[in-house]
Ligand binder design. Structure first.
Ligand code: SF4
Length: 423
């Protein structure tokens, strides 16, 4: 990295610290304290983590077989499963689904995978109106900003800044001031958009191969509305989200809310086996149709993940359940947030593994050195990922590729012994 590049990076970090640092610090430290309090009530915390880790290890090991089982389950339920090789492939598939139903508006619940694909831009290029229905995601869509946290995407914004944004953009009859004002305004506005939508796009926190059941963990219940108010549901998930069975959800349900936001259980945990069995609704015509009219497409995204599975060092990244505990517990992230400590899509310590795997070393090297290797995040991670080790490996790869190996002589012979050193 040139000294000019270093200077502009330092300037960027200083700017983020000055503009977003206070909100990021207050929110991440609050989540982190909540995690401590919440897991203290769990008698079997360590064994739950071991169980969750074992399920993910097994699932990634057997992933091709599980995807085969899942395909059978989804098709038996009346849906379609598509495995997309990369972002373009995934976006093309979703665009075609939307086009086939003459979709003019797509409503989405929160999905980092669709951020990775840049699905909104792809649909927008076709003239489709895409509306985020998660409050934080919607705020960012209105502000035209990128998420700064994998669970709470608008964590860098204060209530005052959101009120100013909404008042300026929407010019409401009564000035919006309080959190209640903002939430009510968002709920009414988004409710109208959802009722008028043709296609609902969701992510999935977990997908079970035995039954085609999706677990969606949300704070606002918007995923349920997105699925039931539209006749066509497209779920987009990384292929690593597949786990063997519904029973395997138990440790993750116990851990994910506690680890991320300190909630004993998240506000909404939706288990859907699409196509959902409720009748279709036409709000315009005030008509109720039949459940048989519903369409469901599950798009599993590879985009580098199957290569990560073959990579001894990056494979562990695929165990990540995107809870955000590593971000919230990280002293550096607590100061700067994901707009400095993050890449194209993902942020925080584990973002290095994700960005290296799905985007490449160039984006990972941009922020990788914000990990100091303190390892505080390892104990916080509900699946015990050695996040600092992944950072070390990626940094080493980035350095070697940047310098073309011309400094390898400096470390030759300094590789760790295979056996622990004796006393
Ligand atoms: S690496 Fe672990 S702590 Fe970080 S987001 Fe993933 S599961 Fe959560």
């Amino acid at each position: 990295m040139s000294s000019k590049h270093r200077a502009s990076k330092a300037e960027h970090i200083r700017r983020v610290l000055a503009t977003e640092g206070d909100a990021v610090a207050a929110n991440t430290q609050g989540f982190n304290q909540g995690r401590y309090d919440s897991v203290a009530d769990l008698e079997d915390y360590e064994s739950l983590k071991e169980e969750a880790r074992a399920i993910k290890e097994d699932a990634i090991e057997r992933l091709p077989d599980l995807v085969g089982d899942l395909r059978e389950a989804v098709e038996a339920n009346g849906g379609t499963l598509y495995v997309a090789e990369d972002a373009e492939d995934a976006n093309d598939y979703v665009r075609k689904v939307v086009d086939d139903v003459d979709g003019e508006r797509v409503v989405k619940s929160k999905s980092m995978t669709t951020e990775e694909l840049e699905l909104n831009d792809a649909l927008g290029a076709d003239g489709v109106d895409v509306v985020e229905t998660d409050l934080g995601e919607w705020v960012l869509q209105v502000a035209d900003e990128a998420p700064s946290h994998i669970v709470a995407p608008a964590i860098h914004k204060s209530r005052e800044s959101i009120a100013a944004l909404f008042n300026e953009r929407f010019d409401p009859e009564r000035e919006l001031v309080s959190a209640e004002d903002l939430t009510r305004f968002a709920r009414e506005t988004l409710g109208e958009q959802i009722a008028d939508a043709d296609v609902g796009v969701t992510g999935a926190n977990f997908v079970t191969a035995d039954s085609g059941t999706m677990a969606l963990v949300t704070s606002e219940g918007n995923a349920r509305k997105t699925v039931t108010a539209t006749d066509t549901h497209v779920a987009v998930a990384g292929v690593e989200k597949v786990i063997p069975s519904v029973e395997d959800l138990r440790p993750f349900v116990e851990l994910i809310g506690r680890s991320g936001t300190g909630q004993d259980i998240t506000s909404y945990l939706s288990l859907l086996t699409p196509p959902v069995g409720s009748p279709t609704l036409d709000f315009q015509a005030d008509e109720v149709g039949s459940p048989g009219d519903r369409e469901f497409h599950l798009v599993l995204v590879d985009n580098g993940r199957m290569a990560m599975r073959e990579d001894d060092d990056l494979r562990e990244t695929l165990y990540c359940i995107r809870c955000s505990a590593c971000s919230n517990s990280c002293a550096n992230f607590q100061q700067v947030g994901g707009h400095a400590f993050g890449g194209e899509t993902y942020s925080g310590g584990i973002a290095t593994g994700w960005e290296a795997g799905v985007e490449g070393l160039d984006t990972a090297r941009e922020f990788n050195d914000l990990c100091t290797g303190c390892s505080r995040c390892v104990n916080a991670c509900p699946v015990g990922i050695d996040i600092p080790w992944i950072n070390t490996v990626v940094r080493d790869r980035a350095n070697r590729s940047e310098r073309g190996g011309d400094l390898d002589w400096l470390v030759e012979g300094l590789t760790p012994d295979e056996e622990p050193a004796g006393l």
